[in-house]
Design a protein around this ligand. Sequence first.
Ligand code: A2P
Length: 221
Amino acid sequence: VPLEETSLPLFFGWFLLPGIQDKVRCTSMDFLKTLDTLEAFKKHLPDFTVEAEKEVDLEQYFQANGVLHCTTKFCDYGKAEGAKEYADKPAVKELYGSAFELSLSALFVTPRTVGARVSLSGDQLTLWPADAEEVVSVVPAAATLPAGSRAHITLGCAEGVEPQQTGFDLLEILALQQEGQEGELVEEMELGSLAYYGKGRWLLSLREPISTQACFSSLYG
Ligand code: A2P
């Protein structure tokens, strides 16, 4: 009996190839290392941690978990709404196991998560579920954002925070941008421009997007 008939995976997504995972992790670490030494970051530290600390070591603050990936559809072994429909999509079946180039266009940090924004191409959007941005109970303005807005790679979560929070944090920042809030431009860094969006939310728009090779596949966990 084929596996797909017995159960659905935990999730489908693009899994970064090993070499590029190291590169992305290093870039993220370098960014965190620089961010927590900036005066602007220190000034906004009370937004960032509830404790009255004077400093925070961001590299310690976030915990990395597992293989770097960009989730397309969280299926929860078939229990998630639309899981079966997604697995049955012709594009999903056709492109399963294929290689892709994902473009990482920004890095973001909040008190809960650190992640990379993935800017999906037209091709890649054929694998994107139609309901991914319909999370109005968590981020009210999210449903008005273009399809693919939630696409991201979770690079780390603060203690006790679940990885799905990363997508919500990204949607929140993009919703602010859509309302016309450009964020407060804080600094031109080597990697790009760093902007502050209040409540401990930081976005680094990369000067050069990071092109990452990834395989469209699934994880059974
Ligand atoms: P993300 O894609 O933001 O990293 P878990 O380890 O909690 O079972 O999650 C496995 C993967 O599926 C993670 O990558 C996670 O978040 C994603 N994920 C978990 N729950 C959901 C959900 N309800 N909706 C979308 N993605 C989810």
